[in-house]
Structure formats: C-alpha cells, structure tokens
Write a protein that binds this ligand. Structure first.
Ligand SMILES: NC(=O)C1=CN([C@@H]2O[C@H](COP(=O)(O)OP(=O)(O)OC[C@H]3O[C@@H](n4cnc5c(N)ncnc54)[C@H](O)[C@@H]3O)[C@@H](O)[C@H]2O)[C@@H](O)CC1
Ligand SMILES: Nc1ncnc2c1ncn2[C@@H]1O[C@H](COP(=O)(O)OP(=O)(O)O)[C@@H](O)[C@H]1O
Length: 276
C-alpha cells in the first residue's frame, strides 16, 4: 500500500540516545564516498550523517576527500574498524579498477545495511544485506538496464512510481527514487511517497546530503533492520522527509546550497522530538 509519509512517522525513525548509550551502541556509519573529481560529495554526506545523529562516522574514502572531511568534521574517524551500516558511492566513478571493486564487494559481503548511491549503484547485485538504492531519474535507467529492462530518463520522469516499483522487484533492493516527489518502493511495491521538500532543493550536492541522512538512519537501526526488513523502506522515507523538511527550513523561501540543508537537520529533528 502507498501512503504519503508524515512528520509523525519521521519522528519514529529517530534513534534517541539513552543514559546507557555509547558511541558504538548508537551506531557507527562507514562511508566510502568522494573522489579526486568530486571530493565535496564526501564532505556533504559526512556532514549530513553527523547532523542526523550517529555514534561515529568512519570515513574510508580516498586521501583528498578524507582531508576535506577531517577539515570540516574532525569528529570523523579515518581508521578501519567495526561499522553497523555503509554509505557507498556519492561522488564516485563506477569506472573503478579491480582492487577498488574487490574492496567494495568485500564491504558488501559483510551483509550490513547499505546505501548505494551514484557511482556505486551498479553494485546492487553484490549487496548481501538490506540495501537501499538512491538513484535520480537518470541513474535509474542503467540500474534497470543491468537487469534487462530498457527504459529512458523521460519515461521514468513520466511515471516514477511504476519504474521505482519495477526496479525494486527486479533488483530485490529497496529503491528511493529522487525527485520533487520521492518514491520509495520495495519488493511489495510502492510503499511511500514523500513530498516534504521544495524546488530550491534542486541544487548540486543535495542528493549527497540525502545519502548521509539515510546512512545515519540505517546505522542507528541495524539490529532492528535484521528483525523487521520492512523497516528499510520506512527509514528511506524518513530520510527523504528529513531532507525535504531541512531544505524547506534552510530555504525559508529563498535559495539554498546543499550544506545549508545538512546544517538545518538538527533543528528539524529537535522540532520533531520536542515539538518546539
Ligand atoms: N560537490 C560535489 O562533489 C558534487 C558531486 N556530485 C556527484 O557527481 C556525480 C555525478 O552526478 P550526476 O548524476 O548528477 O551527474 P551529471 O550532472 O553529470 O548528470 C548525469 C545525467 O543525469 C542527469 N541528471 C542529473 N541529476 C538529475 C536529476 N535530479 N533528475 C534527473 N536527471 C538528472 C543529467 O541530466 C545527465 O543526463 C555523482 O557521483 C554525485 O554524487 C553531485 O552530487 C553534485 C555535487
Ligand atoms: N524540484 C524539486 N523539488 C523538490 N526536491 C527536489 C527537486 N529536485 C530535486 N529534488 C531533491 O534534491 C535531491 C537531488 O539529488 P540528486 O539529483 O542526486 O543531486 P546531486 O547529484 O546534485 O546531489 C533529491 O533528494 C531530490 O529529491
């Protein structure tokens, strides 16, 4: 069944720490994003995840984006270690060498909750855990082509719900198809439509911020996801809602940049939790 996702549902997706929480029990997000060409995508995703609330972020991408991430967020850890969820692909190139592919496939073999964005969308068949694909209309076309379904960006734009559901059915992943209305579909069909945002969100890096929000929600719900697989689509919808509301809050009717959206997240979450 398809429903329009609401603020009350989004509030339910926030993992609020308690007196016995520590940084590990809250959830650690592993991030492999950014590249020499698009280092900023790494900064945007890490910033958004940290503003959504997570115990720790391990940024494990290339050197240049790593330096930029640390300059912006000294809280991020660049050493290997335990993680509860992965955010892969924003700002990366799917034309990777064999070593990089083997490394990413190794991460996916861990069967942890994973966001596959942008340059990692092609790895959906290697994902073993609960996986959300986060394509825009253009990025959905090669995903579908990889499973033998030919379409076009124009066709997807004309009927996003149908194509999101088709992609979820064919790939076995949960699909968050970005747009003015974001569609979330899983194996049961279209689950949620999210219309929280507004057109000022159509700005470079906005999707990288969404990836960070969703990564944080997956990392903070890893045990629950193992017990309740349908939660994956709920968290994807919550991420789209928080992203949209943060965009609306940051904008106030005027222009915004992607980093403004990330910075507005704590205020949005505070309003949800304490009704302020
Ligand atoms: N500051 C940064 O580092 C940024 C990095 N970015 C990264 O840049 C890489 C390439 O991004 P794009 O796929 O946007 O590449 P392009 O901007 O090269 O676009 C590729 C194709 O997708 C279409 N397209 C782009 N956005 C669309 C949308 N929202 N709806 C429908 N069609 C759309 C374009 O028209 C084009 O045909 C990704 O890895 C992304 O994460 C972008 O997010 C922009 C900001
Ligand atoms: N017209 C619009 N109205 C509302 N939200 C939009 C609109 N256009 C894009 N968005 C949102 O902005 C984000 C754009 O993501 P994406 O296309 O991946 O951009 P980028 O690659 O620059 O990060 C998505 O979350 C999408 O839902």
């Amino acid at each position: 069944m398809t429903t329009l996702f609401s603020a009350v549902e989004a509030a339910g997706a926030i993992a609020v720490p308690s007196a016995d929480s520590d940084k590990y029990s809250r959830g650690v997000l592993g991030v492999v994003t950014g590249s020499e060409r698009y280092p900023g995508a790494a900064v945007l995703g890490v910033e958004a995840a940290s503003r959504t609330g997570v115990g720790m972020i391990r940024y494990l991408g290339p050197e240049r984006p790593a330096a930029m991430v640390l300059a912006r967020r000294p809280e991020a850890v660049t050493a290997d270690g335990r993680v509860q969820a992965w955010l892969l692909g924003s700002g990366t190139d799917p034309e990777r060498d064999d070593d990089e592919r083997a490394r990413l496939v190794g991460l996916l073999d861990q069967a942890l909750p994973t966001v596959l964005d942008a340059g990692s969308l092609d790895l959906f068949a290697q994902a073993k855990g609960p996986t959300v694909l986060t394509p825009h209309f253009g990025e959905l076309v090669p995903v579908l082509s990889a499973v033998g379904v030919e379409t076009s960006k124009q066709a997807v734009a004309a009927d996003p719900a149908t194509w999101a559901a088709r992609a979820a059915a064919e790939t076995g992943a949960t699909v968050l198809l970005k747009g003015a209305t974001t569609v979330i579909a899983d194996a049961s069909g279209v689950r949620f439509l999210v219309r929280a945002g507004q057109p000022w969100l159509a700005t470079a890096g906005s999707g990288d911020v969404l990836g960070g929000v969703l990564g944080a929600l997956l990392a903070t719900h890893q045990p629950a996801l193992a017990e309740r697989p349908e939660l994956l689509a709920e968290l994807a919808a919550a991420a789209a809602w928080l992203h949209g509301e943060a965009g609306r809050t940051a904008s106030g009717g005027g222009p915004i940049q992607a980093l403004d959206v990330a910075e507005a997240l704590p205020a949005v979450i505070r309003r949800l939790l304490v009704g302020a």
